[in-house]
Design a protein around this ligand. Structure first.
Ligand code: PA5
Length: 428
């Protein structure tokens, strides 16, 4: 199970401040459990784990296998909570290079014309044997009307309709709300296959619904193991949420002390996109009413050579949350080189995991000496079960921490402001 260690951060907080924050975190957990906090009609992300829908898991697994078998390219078309969770899990659990199964591509998450033009051209390009690529498109939008996603869907749908004519609807899968929205109108007209996003699960809490599960299944990941990993975390934290409470309390006390940035850092490049998912989950949930700790993401060692200087010696406005995988998941070792001309033989025989671990320990020591409060979150291994646990850990942490700020974690009123201004400028 997940471990949370606040040992490198606790000295930055006075006992009385920590105890005050602890009390708030305890109360926040009760608000979640008793559904008494603001936005409590959005707690479906907990209910789906309390009552797993095995039939839906089977149905998604079966469709995932079918598409995986047939497709050359699978496009995930969505923005924010409608794609970040799937991308996080897929990037964590599939090979970096030469993955078997369809190529997974993303669209609908911005308005960049160059990207979309090149994507459309790439999809039209024939394979080496001259035949066209077999393409499947999953459009994901809870509202069914988000401009970035809807516009990309329009362009991609046109291409698929030209390519497959009467059979186009076989290649388009829509994930959206039960009813309402323009996407539902299109589904009714065209007969596209549809998955429903539960009405009480908000976008950024929806990775364990069809929103995330279908793309993850197409990527060849066992979604039942992922889902039941989250179920096991749910069951454990319903009995004893001490680790989550401690972290939420610490983060709250750090927030009160005036720190404004939390750097979510990992030494495993596989977890970079998990950082992106956490960034959105926390960012959209806590950043309201002039409150919140800005969540930023760093992948080390890469970013030790970009953000490292600031973290070590810049304005002391930040804390760091390190996400750690304990067990090695690659057995690559350093060879002994005759002549030792690069002078690296002192590392011969060591695994990259050992070396990376020392880099992490050294960085923790240095950043801590540089007065950065550090929280360490560890999973045992990089596998579907542990990633499922990590997902629920951060969902619960978000709920508890944001409630303890006195804020509704489940709405995003600020996001509407850019949309209103954009639509006005576009003449909608
Ligand atoms: O967490 C959220 O609610 C948002 O990030 C949404 O997921 C995002 O805005 C996309 O919305 P929709 O799925 O309605 O297109």
């Amino acid at each position: 199970m997940i471990k949370c260690d606040i040992g490198f951060a606790r000295r930055f907080i006075k006992d009385e401040d920590y105890l005050k924050a602890r009390k708030k975190a305890d109360e926040a957990l009760l608000q979640l459990q008793n559904k008494t906090g603001p936005g409590s009609e959005w707690l479906g992300w907990r209910d789906i784990l309390a009552n797993p829908n095995d039939a839906e898991l089977e149905q998604i697994t079966a469709l995932g296998e079918k598409v995986r078998d047939k497709a050359d390219v699978f496009i995930v078309c969505g923005i924010g909570g409608s794609y970040l969770g799937a991308k996080a899990v897929i990037d964590a659990l599939t090979p970096h290079f030469g993955s078997a199964g369809p190529e997974i591509l993303y669209a609908g998450h911005h308005l960049g014309g160059k990207y979309l033009k090149e994507l459309l051209a790439y999809l039209k390009e024939p394979k080496e044997d001259g035949s066209h690529k077999n393409i499947y498109l999953n459009v994901i939008s809870k509202s069914g009307s988000t401009l970035e996603t809807a516009l990309s869907f329009r362009m991609l749908r046109e291409l698929i309709e030209d390519m497959y004519e009467d059979e186009a609807s076989e290649h388009i899968i829509c994930t959206t709300s039960k009813e309402g929205g323009i996407l539902n109108k299109l589904i009714d007209q065209k007969g596209y296959k549809k998955f429903i996003i539960p009405g009480d699960v908000g976008g950024r809490y929806s990775v364990l619904t069809p929103v995330g599960l279908l793309p993850i299944a197409v990527a060849g990941i066992d979604i039942k193991t992922l889902f039941y990993g989250a179920v096991s975390a749910y069951s454990e934290f319903e009995q004893n949420a001490e680790d989550v409470i401690e972290y939420a309390a610490l983060r709250n006390a750090i927030h009160e002390s005036g720190k404004t940035i939390d750097v979510f850092a990992t030494f495993e490049p596989e977890l970079s996109s998990i950082g992106g998912w956490i960034q959105q989950l926390l960012g959209e949930s806590e950043g309201k009413e002039g409150k919140g700790i800005f969540p930023s993401v760093a992948t080390f060692s890469t970013d030790l050579h970009s953000l490292g200087q600031f973290i070590q010696q810049g304005q002391r406005s930040l804390m760091e949350t390190m996400i750690i995988v304990e067990k090695p998941f690659s057995n690559l070792k350093v060879n002994k080189l005759d002549g030792n001309d690069d002078e690296l033989n002192y590392l011969a025989g060591k695994s990259f995991h050992e070396i990376n671990t020392k880099a992490r320990e050294g960085t923790t020591e240095a950043h801590s000496e540089g007065d950065v409060p550090i929280v360490r979150i560890s999973i045992e291994a990089l596998n579907a079960e542990n990633i499922g646990q990590l997902i629920y850990f951060f969902e619960l942490l978000t709920g508890i921490f944001v409630y303890s700020l006195g804020v509704n974690p489940f709405n995003q009123p600020g996001v509407e402001d850019y949309k209103k201004a954009m639509y006005r400028l576009l003449g909608k």
